[in-house]
Design a protein around this ligand. Structure first.
Ligand code: ATP
Length: 360
């Protein structure tokens, strides 16, 4: 019997390519740390929908629910649409069904990658956008209204329960990062509480939870000012916690700050379950060329190992996650790789090889 069971959904386009990289690296880590991870691979996504009229095969959703963790590549193709005109996105259903409220989106500047800001302090960017992922403005998904062709409405929803869980997660994350020598033991609540009742409510719950985590510094920023500061001085940010829509926007901005979506990992975490996937899509423009940057996928995989290890109290898995995270850093520090996405020539296979080499 394996120590852990994960459900694997490679999906579409470069999802398949970066997943291959993750599975290769996982195998090396299992051998090195003496853990066994059973990987159940499932079809699904836009290409599957085109063939079968369904986004996932029978049993796939249940398998995701029953697995210890879910590892996702990317799903969706722009020319494949559901009857309501939206893209195929079963991971969004999993987010909602499994109550994966904490969208962890790290942005970290890696060595030897081109600087996007002139200020050398931007080399130190290492922050997390923590995006609430089950409600906020997205609670209105599929429920918005258009009245008489004259006015459209989508409604923001903030609940005490999700907000409390989110903020507790944020403070725990900042503390854990600090314990690992990362970040500044600081959480900033990003909102628009000067204008919206929902956001004032959000901030008031943040302040309540901040009082219960007094060892972590708590701060506030309005979302517009936060956007300004993320471009002017992103090295001052640690964990930024925010509503779903704000997180959707600012996490892409942060991906851009560190080079592109191939550098943007993501974990969607709930109280029981979690799904790990790069923040990027299936990138049909580069699919099949072997040049997808697997960095985001590999760091997402490291977060999966860490989460599984932390949950099970299994040092081996936490160490495997740390080792992968460090190996990605070391691969860039070695100066031997620069992905095509960042203006270099390194293919998916080159980056994977460099990470394996750094793992030793
Ligand atoms: P979605 O809506 O599904 O997130 P999208 O079309 O908005 O998808 P992506 O598929 O993430 O966006 O692609 C955006 C751009 O970033 C494309 O030009 C794509 O080639 C590039 N890109 C995304 N991920 C990677 C990656 N891992 N490596 C290299 N380039 C990437």
């Amino acid at each position: 019997m394996a120590d852990y069971n994960i459900a694997v959904f490679a999906g579409d386009g470069i999802g398949i390519e970066v997943m291959a990289s993750a599975l290769t690296v996982l195998e090396a880590l299992e051998a090195r740390f003496g853990v066994s991870i059973a990987k159940q691979s499932w079809d699904g996504g836009a290409a599957y929908y085109r063939e079968t009229g369904r986004d996932l095969p029978d049993g796939a959703f249940k398998a995701a629910r029953d697995a210890d963790a879910i590892l996702f590549g990317a799903m969706g193709l722009p020319d494949v649409r559901l009857p309501d005109g939206t893209e195929v996105a079963p991971h969004l259903d999993m987010r909602r069904e499994f109550r994966l409220f904490a969208g962890v989106r790290p942005a970290r500047k890696y060595p030897n990658t081109p600087p996007l800001l002139a200020d050398p302090r931007a080399e130190a960017v290492d922050l997390i956008v923590l995006r609430e992922s089950t409600e906020g403005l997205f609670a209105s998904r599929g429920r918005g209204t258009v009245e008489g062709g004259r006015v459209a409405r989508d409604t923001m929803e903030i609940t005490r329960e999700a907000s409390q869980d989110l903020f507790d997660f944020a403070f725990n994350l900042a503390r854990r990062r600090a314990d690992k020598g990362r970040g500044q033991r600081k959480v900033t609540c990003v909102d628009k509480s000067n204008v919206f009742v929902s956001m004032a409510f959000f901030r008031s719950i943040f302040d309540e939870r901040a009082a219960a985590h007094a060892d972590v510094t708590a701060g506030h920023a309005y979302v517009d000012a936060a956007a300004l500061d993320l471009v002017r001085k992103p090295w001052t940010a640690d964990v930024l916690v925010m509503e779903n829509m704000f997180g959707d926007i600012l996490s892409d901005l942060c991906g851009g700050l560190v080079g592109g979506m191939g550098m943007a990992p993501c974990a969607e975490i709930g109280l029981e379950r979690a799904l790990f996937q790069p923040a990027h899509g299936s990138a049909p423009d580069i699919a099949g060329k072997g040049i997808a940057n697997p960095t985001a996928m590999l760091v997402s995989t490291a977060m999966m190992l860490d989460w599984l290890g932390e949950k099970a109290g299994d040092r081996r898995m936490v160490e495997a996650g740390d080792a992968l995270d460090r190996a990605v850093w070391d691969a860039y520090a070695s100066g031997t790789i620069l992905p095509v996405e960042l203006g270099g020539e390194s293919t998916n296979a080159d980056v994977t090889r460099a990470v394996l080499a750094a793992l030793g």
